[in-house]
Design a protein around this ligand. Structure first.
Ligand code: ADP
Ligand code: MG
Length: 317
């Protein structure tokens, strides 16, 4: 069977004062019908990969095929069958209404008028935007605008859709609406494929059939979320809540496999992976030596973040 996406030895560099290797010898295969996730921190190379697959950027070397076609030589066969939504980007024309924008994008793809109209109405309802249909795009909120952006991607009924951080910076409700629709869309008809990028590990975990963990231009692992999590020794991941302090001395401890720090108001949460769970007492002593207080301590249920920490020694954010 033809893969939805097949990437071999793909490298992309950007030249400048210092050359940047955004993608470094990447191999990846996404099957038709999959909801596939690329999970990695900012700068990992996710958007670069999506742009190459959408035929917006050429590889420096290696090959990429989408729906069986080469992104370089056969871009014209790929474009009508795909679409792309980028969460970080503003799209559409502020002076047109939401409905006019969606109509315009549907016509770029040649969706027949009646079908386009029905789809637009249906999607506006699903995304809770029907009451904004006739509002000018520039007058609606960021979250509403992003939902319009997502609708724009689905309205052309692509075989393969690329969602680049579709919920970036959105409130919980809008994010949920988008995730629910993504799940529903892929289940609705056989043969639809989604390639989604995110740096929210929960999103990848919750949505994706398979996830590729990507960092600094390299794919470090690729499997189902449960297999990835199984690869981590879950007896040794802890969440430690402390008063704020400089955590750098902890990195130096021999048995700390990896650590991430999240600041909340007035305190911080450390997620630590240890070589051996008995080391936890040393960690606690060290925190106290640093002048901080331990407010809470929990063994964690393994998440994809633990997988990431184990692989690269730091967190995703
Ligand atoms: N047009 C560009 N010119 C120069 N460097 C770029 C360009 N696009 C991306 N990069 C660099 O390539 C790396 C990967 O970026 P990107 O693919 O946007 O990562 P991600 O989407 O995972 O955050 C980063 O170091 C980024 O600064
Ligand atoms: Mg990006």
């Amino acid at each position: 069977m033809v893969a939805a996406v097949e990437v071999q030895s793909l490298t992309r560099s950007f030249s400048g004062k210092e050359d940047i290797i955004a993608l470094n010898n990447v191999d990846l295969r996404v099957e038709e019908g999959e909801l596939f996730g690329l999970l990695g921190p900012n700068g990992a190379g996710k958007t670069t990969l999506i742009k190459i697959l959408c035929t917006l950027l050429l590889p420096s070397s290696g090959t990429a095929r989408v729906l069986g076609y080469d992104v370089d030589r056969e871009a014209h066969l790929i474009r009508p069958r795909i679409n792309m939504v980028s969460g970080g980007e503003i799209s559409g024309y502020g002076l047109l209404t939401v409905r006019e924008n969606l109509w315009m994008f549907s016509q770029f793809y040649g969706v027949p008028g009646k079908v386009a109209k029905e789809r637009i109405d249906e999607l506006l309802n699903i995304f809770d935007l029907a009451d904004k249909a006739d509002a000018k795009l520039r007058t609606i909120s960021t979250g509403q605008r992003q939902k319009m952006n997502v609708i724009r991607g689905f309205v052309t009924n692509p075989d393969l859709i690329f969602l680049d951080e579709p919920t970036l910076g959105l409130d919980v409700t809008s994010s949920r609406t988008i995730r629910d629709y993504v799940r529903r869309w892929i289940g609705e008809r056989d043969g639809r494929t989604i390639l989604l990028t995110t740096h929210y590990m929960r999103e990848a975990e919750e949505l994706c059939d398979r996830v590729a963990i990507i960092d600094r231009g390299k794919v470090l692992a690729c499997d189902t979320p449960s297999n990835l999590k199984r690869s981590v020794d879950d007896s040794s991941s802890f969440l430690i809540e402390t008063t704020p302090f400089d955590v750098s001395p902890l990195h130096a401890l021999r048995d700390v496999r990896g650590m991430s720090v999240e600041a909340c108001d007035g305190y911080q949460i450390l997620r630590v992976g240890l070589e051996d769970e008995s080391v936890i007492s040393d960690i606690i002593s060290q925190i106290i030596t640093c002048g901080a207080k331990v407010i809470g301590l929990n063994k964690t249920e393994t998440t994809l973040e633990d997988v990431f920490i184990q692989m690269v020694g730091r967190g995703l954010e």
